[in-house]
Ligand binder design. Structure first.
Ligand SMILES: Cc1cc2nc3c(=O)[nH]c(=O)nc-3n(C[C@H](O)[C@H](O)[C@H](O)COP(=O)(O)OP(=O)(O)OC[C@H]3O[C@@H](n4cnc5c(N)ncnc54)[C@H](O)[C@@H]3O)c2cc1C
Length: 470
């Protein structure tokens, strides 16, 4: 029987003062006792809305009941049957908008901590030996372009169906944003490495340092390398800029560059070839997960003051609630309703400040959110040494420019069928941020899974499951 308790079981976390200066993971994970205690809160609803609110439809009550019964192996099996990246999603999904956001407990009380439980089960599984073995039974081989969550999940699903899969990755290590974007204090690389080892044990082959569209073309993958189908999961890695004066000064970074240098290129090591200059005061423009990661990373890299500058209010912020709370606890300053106008030069080509203007909220704009409106005469200067732009990303056009017949939207995203991921080219499928624009890990994972199923069906029936609307 469920035990009615209004509060969630608290996730043990490293103390804020200590963690602001270390890249060690902030959340320390549930113990078995925490997990069982929290699992007892699940109401076992007849019609579990949490499942339909999950983009990959994890049978949430089933895995939670297995935890409550002490059957961790069973819980892991249930979880993995629907989500091939549970240790990652348990850490980074915006649960408050998805599963937990629709939990029946949430009306009066705090929702069940589904994300923390997912992480607990996945970490338990990670403490066990990997027993998966390759089971390649099909003659056709599939190519996956990009080793981010969409590509990883698509590859894993195809391998489960007996297909040989080669994942081509432009960078020197697989993982996509999970490796080069999300910092160690939120998603340890060891967790990602384990998930990749699982895929390798299932027979997925990774070829890194290969840029499709440069090293090999997509058309050649089919015509010369003999792949029967291709999945494109190349993400949206091209940073956007504001177009304000001063963006080319020393000390200005895109969040992608800043985080990639630190995550992949050892920029924290002064001896590395790719250092980052982090001054005393750092301003990060934006309010999403990327902005939150960049500002908290600045603090860990030695900034004395790290701040978020965002032109709307706290209510319109798009970061995960947990990351925002952690950022506040760590001492990040928030300048809401503040829009940057110019990055100021110290006279030697380095950043010395950020000229801003105060805003107020007006009527909703096309995004449905209140439009920020400038307040005349409200300009002021924030003294800063670095400005990091985290205002969004778009897909890199390289692949589409070098591939014949691959249709894109007006925003440069790949045009693909929502249900199957089929693009405008036969047997070429796509999903994740390359199709949707910058979104979330679980949406990318869901798209990879759907495309894998469509590829299996297309190859089995020798028909294209669906065609793009013209
Ligand atoms: C800093 C940051 C923090 C984030 N935090 C969260 C979070 O907390 N929760 C959440 O749900 N989402 C978060 N996101 C968003 C999430 O990470 C992305 O939505 C997700 O990674 C998209 O997955 P993907 O597979 O489509 O692409 P990506 O993860 O971008 O992977 C694409 C891969 O393709 C490779 N590639 C690109 N072009 C080529 C080519 N031509 N040839 C070969 N390889 C190529 C790239 O190198 C990359 O490895 C965050 C994003 C960032 C940047």
């Amino acid at each position: 029987m469920p035990v009615k308790r209004p509060e969630k079981t608290t996730m043990p976390t490293r103390e804020a003062g200590e963690r602001a200066h270390t890249f060690a993971e902030v959340n320390e994970g549930y113990s078995v006792a925490h997990a069982s205690f929290e699992a007892e809160r699940c109401l076992r609803c007849q019609d579990p809305v949490c499942v339909s609110a999950c983009p990959v439809q994890i049978p949430i009550p089933d895995f939670i009941h297995a935890v409550a019964a002490g059957d961790m192996a069973g819980a892991a099996r249930i979880l993995r049957s629907a989500n091939p990246l549970p240790a990652i999603c348990g850490r980074v999904c915006p649960q408050e908008l998805q599963c937990e956001g629709s939990c029946s407990m949430g009306g009066r009380w705090k929702p069940v901590a589904i994300g923390h439980l997912e992480r607990f089960v996945a970490d338990w599984e990670r403490s066990q030996p990997i027993t998966t073995r390759p089971a390649i039974t099909r003659s056709e081989r599939i190519a996956v372009i990009g080793a981010g969550p969409s590509g990883l999940v698509c590859a894993g699903e195809l391998a489960r169906h007996g297909y040989g899969v080669t994942v081509y990755e432009a960078l020197h290590a697989p993982g996509g944003v999970l490796r080069y974007g999300i910092p160690e204090f939120r998603l340890p690389k060891a967790v990602l490495d384990w998930e990749i080892a699982m895929l390798e044990s299932a027979g997925v082959e990774f070829q890194c340092n290969i840029i499709i569209g440069r090293t090999i073309t997509l058309d050649d993958l089919i015509a010369k390398h003999g792949f029967a189908a291709v999945f494109i999961g190349t993400g949206a890695g091209l940073p956007q800029f504001l177009g304000i004066p001063g963006e080319n000064l020393n000390g200005v970074y895109s969040a992608n560059e800043f985080l990639t240098r630190i995550n992949l290129m050892r920029a924290y090591d002064p001896e590395a070839d790719t250092p980052v200059h982090v001054g005393r005061r750092v301003a990060v423009i934006g309010s999403g997960n990327t902005a939150m990661d960049a500002v908290r990373t600045s603090l860990r890299m030695g900034a004395e003051e790290a701040m978020i500058v965002y032109r709307r209010s706290e209510k319109e912020m798009s970061a995960r609630v947990e990351e925002y709370q952690h950022a506040k606890e760590e001492g990040i300053d928030f300048h809401w309703l503040t829009s940057p106008l110019e990055i100021l030069d110290d006279g030697d080509g380095w950043v010395s400040g950020l000229r801003c203007q105060r805003m107020e909220l007006g009527a909703p704009d096309a995004s449905g959110r209140a439009r920020p409106v400038p307040i005349p005469g409200s300009e002021f200067v924030l003294a800063v040494d670095n400005v990091i732009l985290a205002i969004g990303t778009t897909p890199n056009p390289l692949l589409t420019r070098t591939t014949s017949g691959l249709a894109v939207t007006e925003h440069g995203c790949l045009l693909a069928d929502e249900r199957t991921g089929l693009t405008s080219k036969p047997l070429v499928f796509a999903g994740g941020d390359a199709v949707t624009g910058a979104a979330t890990v679980i949406l990318a994972a869901g798209a990879g899974k759907r495309a894998a199923r469509a590829i299996v069906e297309a190859l089995a029936t020798r028909t294209l499951v669906t065609r793009l609307p013209s």
